[in-house]
Every structure is written in structure tokens, then in C-alpha cells.
Design a protein around this ligand. Structure first.
Ligand SMILES: Cc1cc2nc3c(=O)[nH]c(=O)nc-3n(C[C@H](O)[C@H](O)[C@H](O)COP(=O)(O)O)c2cc1C
Length: 358
């Protein structure tokens, strides 16, 4: 009799433990978003859908949050203003920094500029790296104790007809200052979001945070972002999304700008840039270095004056196995003839042996 009871009791205990084990292993997540016009909210729920409704992930705006205690991991998601996350997101992090330091964290930005090889200069501000994940730099500087398992900078959406007065003025001013042109001109709705980046980010959360397989057939969730509204109601042929060309050369009075992509990983690409700099007499000064890109000043004296080429090789989450690279010279056309030749030589080296991609 006793012999028969023991296995039955053990089976019952095992049955009781299975759901408890499954429950204990499941990490509980919170996605905190900060948005002004709503596009970040759409992205927040899109990410939740890819991660999977069967997994615990609360999605909340900042005023809806009373505590972070129940959560194992936290995804911070913010729109971008003035080259960084919104003020409200900064305040949220500041108010909760000691708790956040104990949590597993991810961070994504919804922004206008998504080309992570982009350098910007305007009156009063020297040339600096912008766009996508580069906008997280102020967060790293201010809160060095916070570490992130996954980061993303997706691009976003501007509905021009809804912008408030000061926002509209700021965007108009940007239009005037943009040395490389402003892609939203003529569009009532302008989008820059790279959908594959959102999908790559959500799948990275599944794999790295939750220990799951990446979700296949993620295209089915794009309805969280897509809409039937045209870019401009009076020109139905105009697309809302105008991807920045991967290969481009622009030569104006203000800038010589060249952008391309080629097959490589970041480290071999860096080695080739270093070899080019050595052979052509440039001093290579790294300005910013991350796991996905580097911003260099390459300096050489021509005509008694130091000339700087701004170089950014960057990998992109949606284009694995490639390096995208931009070169910029802000010297006047008559002063940069030699610099342009040096940029062409650098590109020839990077693109050699069939590495160049369209
Ligand atoms: C006044 C203003 C300033 C902005 N500043 C930046 C910026 O510095 N960098 C950037 O990439 N995007 C910038 N954006 C674009 C927004 O981040 C983008 O449109 C985003 O999708 C807005 O998110 P939301 O709809 O959740 O508010 C700016 C937009 C406005 C209206």
C-alpha cells in the first residue's frame, strides 16, 4: 500500500511544481513610453505584439506608472527632440535611476533621422554625430550606471499638418539650415521609420531578454504602423517614406558628401580606413566609438591649413554583413580638390574585390 502511495504523491508534487516553474521562469516586463504626437505609442504596441501577447509585458505611458518593483526587465521608448530622448523620459530616468540600475534594460528611440552615419553641423554647433542609436549618447553620459541589453533607433513619423506653432517653426528653421536638403518638403506626412529595425529590436528582446526563438513572419504585425493616409492629399503618387539612398554623392558650395555601403564587418572596415589614413598621410582622430559605429576626424594639412574629413563607418541592424560609410568635407569647393581625391581613394580601397553594394 505504502509503495503505491509514494509514486502517486511524487507525481502530484511534480504536477504542482510544473506551473510554478513555468511561472517563475517567465520574466515580467514593462514598456515605458514617452510620446508627443503618438507615433512612439504605435511602435510600443507593435513591439509588444512581436514579443508576443502570451508574454507578460505591460505597456504604459509615464503618468500611468506607480512602481517598477514587479518587473524583471524594462523597455524605455521615447520620441526624439533636440537630438535626444524627450525631457519627460529624462525626468523619469532621473526619478527612478537607482531602481533602473537593478533591472534589465532596453531602450529605443523613435526619431526623424535614422541614418546612423549622419554628421550634422549648424551655426553655433560644431560637426557632431546624430541619428538613430547615436541619440542615446546623452543618456549614457548622464546615467553611466545603466546598462542596456538591446538598443534601437528606428526613425519615425511627422504629421506636418498637426505640428504645434513652435514645433512648426523649429522644423522650418531646420529646413533652411539643412546642408544636405530636407526630405519632408512637400509631404503632409513624412516617415523615416525603418520597419525592419523595429522587428529586429523586438526579436532581440525575445532572444536576449526572454531566451526565446526570434519570431518568424513578423511582417504580419506591420499594421500597427501602416495606414491608408497618403503622404500628401493633393499628390497621391508621393510616398510617405522616402528611404535615404545608400549610395549618394553631393557636391555643393557648403559640403562634399559621399555615402556608400559595402560587404564587411566593422572591425575589418576600420582596419582598411586606418591603412588608407596611414598611406595618404592623414591623422585619424576617433571622436565617438560604439559597438556599431565610429566617428573619425581625418586630419591633413593642405595649402597651409588643416583639413578635416568627417568619416563614419556604421553597421545597421536591418542590413547585416555590411558596413555603411559616409565622408564629409565642409571646406569650400576650391579648397577641397585634394580632399575629394583622397575620399575617392579611400572609397576605392573599401569597395575593392567586389565589396561595393548598390
Ligand atoms: C520640434 C521637433 C524636434 C524634433 N527633433 C528631432 C531631432 O532632434 N532628431 C530627430 O531625429 N528627430 C526629431 N524630431 C522628429 C520626432 O522625433 C519624430 O517625428 C517622432 O516620430 C515623433 O514621435 P511622437 O509622434 O511619438 O511624438 C523632432 C520633431 C519635432 C516636431
Amino acid at each position: 500500500m505504502k509503495r503505491r502511495i509514494v509514486p502517486v504523491v511524487m507525481a502530484l508534487v511534480a504536477l504542482l511544481l510544473i506551473p510554478y516553474g513555468a511561472f517563475a521562469a517567465e520574466k515580467k516586463g514593462l514598456l515605458v513610453y514617452d510620446s508627443i504626437y503618438g507615433s512612439t505609442v504605435e511602435v510600443a504596441y507593435w513591439i509588444k505584439a512581436i514579443i508576443g501577447h502570451e508574454h507578460r509585458l505591460d505597456v504604459k505611458s509615464i503618468p500611468q506608472i506607480t512602481t517598477l518593483e514587479p518587473y524583471d526587465y524594462i523597455i524605455l521608448g521615447s520620441a526624439t527632440r533636440n537630438e535626444g530622448p524627450l525631457k519627460g523620459m529624462h525626468e523619469f530616468i532621473e526619478a527612478n535611476r537607482s531602481v533602473l540600475a537593478e533591472k534589465e534594460l532596453c531602450f529605443f528611440l523613435v526619431c526623424g533621422d535614422s541614418d546612423e552615419t549622419q554628421v550634422l553641423t549648424y551655426p553655433g554647433k560644431p560637426a557632431h554625430l546624430i541619428a538613430g542609436r547615436n541619440y542615446l549618447q546623452p543618456i549614457y553620459d548622464r546615467y553611466p550606471e545603466l546598462k542596456y541589453t538591446c538598443i534601437g533607433g528606428f526613425g519615425g513619423r511627422q504629421v506636418m499638418t498637426s505640428l504645434g506653432m513652435t514645433d512648426r517653426l523649429q522644423i522650418k528653421l531646420l529646413e533652411k539650415l539643412a546642408k544636405e536638403g530636407a526630405v519632408w518638403i512637400g509631404r503632409e506626412i513624412w516617415e523615416s521609420l525603418v520597419v525592419e529595425r523595429v522587428e529586429a529590436f523586438a526579436n532581440e528582446v525575445r532572444v536576449k531578454v526572454l531566451g526565446l526563438e526570434p519570431r518568424e513572419n513578423v511582417e504580419q504585425f506591420r499594421g500597427y504602423w501602416d495606414s491608408l493616409q497618403p503622404a500628401n492629399r493633393s499628390d497621391l503618387s508621393l510616398k510617405k517614406f522616402k528611404p535615404k539612398p545608400w549610395t549618394e554623392k553631393v557636391s555643393t558650395d557648403k559640403i562634399y558628401y559621399s555615402r556608400s555601403r559595402f560587404t564587411a564587418d566593422l572591425e575589418p572596415a576600420i582596419a582598411m580606413i586606418e591603412a588608407w589614413a596611414r598611406d595618404s598621410g592623414y591623422e585619424l582622430r576617433p571622436q565617438v566609438k560604439s559597438f556599431f559605429n565610429v566617428y573619425y576626424h581625418a586630419a591633413k594639412t593642405y595649402g597651409g591649413k588643416e583639413r578635416i574629413i568627417h568619416i563614419v563607418p556604421s553597421t545597421m541592424p536591418e542590413d547585416p554583413g555590411t558596413v555603411h560609410i559616409s565622408f564629409r568635407s565642409y571646406d569650400k569647393p576650391e579648397e577641397r580638390t585634394e580632399v575629394e581625391k583622397d575620399i575617392n581613394a579611400a572609397e576605392a580601397l573599401l569597395w575593392a574585390d567586389g565589396r561595393k553594394l548598390p
